[in-house]
Design a protein around this ligand. Structure first.
Ligand SMILES: Cc1cc2nc3c(=O)[nH]c(=O)nc-3n(C[C@H](O)[C@H](O)[C@H](O)COP(=O)(O)OP(=O)(O)OC[C@H]3O[C@@H](n4cnc5c(N)ncnc54)[C@H](O)[C@@H]3O)c2cc1C
Length: 387
């Protein structure tokens, strides 16, 4: 089966972004509320199966499409882009080795827009080293596991229908970093949500903590084999997740650049009758920002396309793309704040939100520091994870 063409998907996403996403962006930020209207609209439009393979009825796209969709959404609302991006990552992890039962129970409803999922890897104890979970997965019968542990920063927390949760492999002697992922339905007994998310930025994410207290899950919900998730990390999570983030922060950076352009054209001085856009150094600074954004965008889309094409050296480019976009988004929003003067410093300025949202780029794992290190290790021929 052939994936639906990306151009028409992006046209639909653009309409949704300029409509319901833009209309609700301020409110989502101010109220720190999950972007319900936008996510439901994306599901209704048939885009929720973006990363589900066409053979299971999905749109069959990879990291390139995820980045583009998230960029369009991120131009209007970072939280909406991140919430939808996390669903795409969760869907991709679910799809990678889905059994026919998992296709039936999870992928078909995702494609139908009736099931939202998300990834729940982070824990307080291991922080940005998300590939070393300590959540326990114990086999209690031939049909069931029991899960115990606490997850942090679960985006879409308490709104998703299922959570792709990382755990220590059930075997007690497995090496460090060898972990398993299992799908935990939202209706499971024993899920306790922490307080509502109240972030500095990305305030609509609902990135809450989740305690799994003796949660019993059928063995059929295990994704792949016990302990094989390092394969998922570098083959599925890294490209799709990093490109969801990359797209989101490209969107934030390009929204900031547009704010600057509009402001420079609008700002007129009474005494001279001339405008800010006529000041050569300001024109020069705007040109530099455009260059920074465009070279980062090209690197990101090139990295995504290389990965989707199966090129063997794509991974360091994918790692670097997210690190570069984090540097780029934070730098551009900061510089646009300066170019836009006191107007931008007002509490209700859009840049206020963009600045806070952009800051999350560096700390969402894999963090900028970790990605730079991983890239260096690849170049040195060292294993990506390790001493
Ligand atoms: C808005 C938001 C949404 C999130 N959504 C999700 C989600 O949906 N699912 C999920 O699983 N997690 C999510 N997270 C969690 C995120 O991915 C990280 O796990 C979390 O932010 C790590 O925080 P920490 O304070 O434990 O960082 P720490 O691990 O304490 O790191 C602090 C700093 O030290 C640096 N550092 C740490 N180790 C190294 C190293 N080995 N080399 C170089 N530098 C290092 C890091 O780069 C970082 O800058 C989210 C986080 C945020 C802020």
């Amino acid at each position: 089966m052939i994936a639906r063409d990306l151009e028409s998907i992006l046209e639909q996403v653009q309409n949704i972004a300029k409509g319901v996403v833009a209309d609700n962006a301020n409110d989502v930020d101010r109220q720190a509320r999950w972007p319900e209207e936008a996510i439901r609209m994306l599901q209704k439009a048939g885009i929720a199966g973006l990363t589900v393979p066409a053979e299971y009825g999905g749109l069959g796209h990879g990291s390139f499409a995820v980045a583009q969709v998230c960029e369009l959404l991120g131009q209007e609302c970072g939280s909406t882009a991140m919430c939808f991006g996390m669903h795409c990552v969760g869907s991709a992890v679910l799809s990678a080795k889905a059994t026919s039962d998992q296709q039936e129970r999870f992928l078909h409803p995702i494609v139908a827009g009736e099931h939202l999922t998300t990834l729940s890897l982070s824990e307080a104890g291991t922080g940005s080293h998300f590939y070393i979970p300590s959540t326990q997965l114990d086999a209690i019968s031939p049909q069931a596991y029991r899960i115990n542990g606490t997850k942090t920063f679960v985006t879409n927390g308490n709104y998703a229908d299922s959570y792709v949760v990382s755990t220590v492999a059930a075997g007690p002697d497995g090496p460090l970093g060898e972990f398993s992922c299992i799908v935990v339905p939202a209706t499971s007994e024993g899920l306790e949500w922490g307080p509502p998310w109240s972030g500095m930025g990305m305030r609509g994410n609902s990135s809450r903590s989740l305690t799994l207290d003796n949660v019993e899950i059928e063995r059929n919900n295990l994704l792949g084999e016990e302990g094989d998730q390092i394969w998922y990390v570098f083959q599925v999570v890294a490209p799709i997740f990093l490109m969801a983030m990359t797209g989101t922060y490209l969107g934030i950076a390009s929204a900031a650049l547009e704010e600057a352009r509009v402001h420079l054209l609008k700002r007129q001085y009474k005494e001279s009758g001339s405008g800010l856009s006529q000041v050569p150094v300001v024109q020069h600074r705007l040109g530099c920002l455009w260059g920074m954004l465009e070279r980062t965008r090209r690197l990101c889309y090139h990295a995504a396309a290389s990965f989707d094409a199966g090129e063997p050296d794509a991974l360091p480019a994918v790692f670097t793309a997210k690190a570069e976009v984090a540097d780029c988004a934070v730098a551009i929003v900061n510089e646009v704040m300066t170019l836009s003067g006191g107007q931008a410093y007002r509490d209700e300025s859009r840049l206020h939100r963009l600045l806070r949202d952009a800051r999350a780029a560096h700390v969402m794992a894999p963090t900028t520091d970790v990605l730079r290190t991983w890239t260096g290790r690849v170049l040195l021929g060292l294993p990506i994870l390790g001493e």
